[in-house]
Design a protein around this ligand. Structure first.
Ligand SMILES: [Zn+2]
Length: 655
């Protein structure tokens, strides 16, 4: 209240002064384009009939996923790099124009826009930027344009306080002459890759912008081939935001996936969207409703201040803008039989890179990477052990994985225990159940590379087949971090979430002190595994050294292990499907369960910091000459003990 106690006459005058010198609250990009909420008459972006199906003032509610992208481009959002991996017809290019337009109109700014070629950049300036400027009231007289220098292909558009440089991705020399805080690269994957020795123009521009305190770079593209895509690697290191919309039947929030689009074969016009939760169907006309209630959700919110990424696929095209669901179904049917057409479908409709045959991983290739270490031994650098068990009628198959820094994995052991898995207790004549053999195995110790005993930190047992028996086995072993799990068919499920409690107390309430069961996002886990296996292949001129591999294998593993590990392939229509002539997949399943066990909250290998690894190192790999630890090692890992977990007397007895 700085004006209190001042005579009224002065006060009114001072208030006027304050009003004059306080700049109006700056509008967000979406508010600039479509007017603040409830004030569409203040829209500054006017679409023309030449470029839009809906000429007239911009409306933020027409394409509900766009305002979220505009907010990220605003300098109030912390991320300096914005990635939009999109299908064709997603209207994202309009958002870039709004960004430029708001800056031209409201604040001084300098931009560099890079296009695949000089011609495309010129055409964009002529057909998109100029019409936009001419549409903004009061702005038409302020523009001048020209070539930057005779020897440069850069174009410049000036307005008071600002400049838009327009250049080409195949002229790195030109890019090296500008230094601006705001960078736009549209259609990034269509630009030719730069020659060895020449800098990538986008990276170059990014580097030159790094001196600005407030900087923003937007890279936008429909992805192409995985080996040459620029946008795809950026998308993978971003927050990975997808637009979640509610089911009209059960309100479950989900992001749209092509695999959920269902139609009668040969009759694409029957296409409807199946809710991943309740399996009820939605029609194309429901899109308006679900999009209006949609929201962006990040898979990696921890990257929010670094690289913000959005993925937009054709299934989201609003009614009246872009293809209806039936047309996507039709395009998929027509693409069958041609790898080239399928690639176009992936790129332009799904906004995904096409992996084609490369999606498969050949078992012999993986086997060739095997290293000379014995199974059941724990190679140096491996500081955490977890296991996954698959249940079949006549056997229990278990795989033990070891983890080291950087979540590097070593396959430590695979073991099969044969017996009747439906019987948990010893038989009438005293023969031990196969479950007792598993119990003994899971309780056993491994030896670290410096001969310190190591125990399993967490074990998951699949309960999809013999639910009651598995719960009967895991229920009394919770304290040893042995839990039931089951794979979820939901492709967007996180690797491992919160537990469910299948035991019920008398009044029908879940008994949180009873058995715990974890639902696993097996689809995501398999994607991760195959990406890792592919990455470990390296490139002919840049092989991956064994120590740098994501996953390492022992040369004692049989061929069958590798065949099973690679027994499935991903199909966007049907998800993960078995490959022809690959009959069994237990090593794939047990790998995936063990991988999930490492992400169980008691282990959380993905959240371990350097200090945690150092602590594990000092425990399991004490420096030579140092005293060997003599403390008794309990049935759980030190990681579990670092948390809230306290060993129980039952567990001490187990020793
Ligand atoms: Zn539903």
């Amino acid at each position: 209240m700085p004006l209190d106690g001042i005579p009224d006459g002065y006060r009114a005058g001072l208030e006027d002064l304050v009003r004059v010198f306080t700049p109006p609250a700056r509008k967000s990009i979406a508010e600039w384009a479509g007017g603040p909420d409830g004030h569409p008459e203040q829209a500054k972006r006017i679409l023309t009939s030449k470029t839009s199906a809906y000429p007239g003032p911009w409306r933020n509610d027409r394409v509900p996923y766009l305002p979220g992208i505009m907010d990220a481009l605003d300098d109030r959002h912390p991320a300096p790099i914005i990635v939009v991996c999109k299908s064709a017809q997603s209207c994202v290019s309009e958002v870039l124009l709004n960004w430029i337009g708001r800056s031209m109109d409201a604040m001084p700014a300098a931009f560099l826009a890079l296009w695949p070629s000089v011609e495309v950049g010129k055409k964009w300036t002529r057909t998109r930027v100029r019409p936009m400027i001419l549409g903004v009231p009061g702005m038409r007289m302020q523009m001048s344009s020209g070539q930057k220098r005779p020897d440069s292909t850069l174009l410049e558009l000036h307005w008071p306080g600002g400049v838009l440089n327009i250049g080409s991705m195949n002229k790195p020399d030109d890019v090296a002459t500008v230094s601006v805080p705001n960078i736009i690269v549209d259609d990034a994957d269509r630009a030719p890759l730069t020659l060895a020795g020449e800098g990538d123009p986008f990276e170059l521009a990014l580097m030159r912008s790094s001196t600005f305190e407030r900087r923003k770079a937007a890279i936008v593209s429909t992805p192409t081939d995985i080996d040459r895509s620029r946008i795809w690697p950026w998308w993978l290191r971003s927050t990975m935001d997808r637009f979640f919309v509610p089911c009209i039947h059960c309100n479950h929030m989900q992001h749209l996936r092509f695999a959920q689009l269902k139609w009668i074969k040969g009759k694409p016009s029957s296409a409807m969207y199946e809710c991943e939760e309740c399996s009820a169907l939605m029609e194309n006309r429901h899109k308006k409703r679900i999009l209006a209630d949609g929201e962006w959700r990040a898979e990696h919110p921890e990257r929010e201040t670094q690289v913000k990424g959005f993925h937009v696929i054709g299934l989201y095209a609003p009614v009246g803008l872009g293809y209806e669901w039936a047309l996507h179904a039709d395009a998929w049917e027509r693409a069958q039989g041609s790898d080239a057409r399928i690639q176009v479908f992936y790129n332009t409709r799904l906004g995904e890179v096409h992996k084609g045959e490369r999606q498969r991983v050949e078992w012999a290739e993986i086997k060739a990477r095997a290293e000379p270490y014995a199974l059941r031994s724990v190679p140096r650098g491996t500081l955490l052990l977890v296991s996954g068990t698959d249940v079949q009628a006549d056997r229990l198959e278990t795989q033990v994985l070891g983890f080291g820094r950087g979540e590097r994995i070593v396959v430590v052991d695979t073991v099969v225990h044969y017996g009747d898995t439906t019987r948990l207790l010893p038989s009438g004549d005293g023969e031990a159940s196969v479950w007792a053999k598993l119990d003994e195995y899971l309780a056993g110790a491994f030896q670290s590379s410096r001969d310190v005993p190591m125990r399993l930190s967490c074990s998951l047992v699949d309960s999809g087949y013999l639910t009651d028996v598995v719960l009967g086995f895991t229920r009394p072993r919770k304290a040893r971090n042995i839990f039931a799990c089951r794979g979820s068919a939901n492709a967007s499920r996180q690797p491992i979430g919160r537990p469910s409690y299948p035991d019920v107390k008398r009044r029908g309430k879940a008994d949180t002190r009873g058995a715990e069961r974890y639902e696993l996002g097996v689809s995501m886990l398999k994607h991760w595994l195959f990406e890792a296996l592919r990455a470990d292949a390296g490139k002919p001129d840049a092989p991956v050294l064994p120590a740098d591999r994501h996953i390492r294998f022992s040369n004692e593993l049989p061929d069958e292990y590798y065949r099973q590990l690679t027994a499935e392939t991903y199909d966007p229509k049907h998800g993960w499907i078995p490959r022809a002539n690959y009959h069994r997949n237990e090593s794939l399943d047990t790998f995936v369960y063990a991988r999930a066990a490492a992400m169980h909250h008691s282990v959380a290998v993905h959240r371990l910091r350097d200090a945690d690894w150092e602590r594990l190192e000092s425990l399991y790999e004490p420096a030579a000459g140092g005293a060997k630890p003599t403390a008794p090692v309990l049935g759980v890992s030190p990681i579990a003990r670092m948390g809230s977990f306290l060993p129980t007397s039952a567990q001490v007895r187990n020793e």
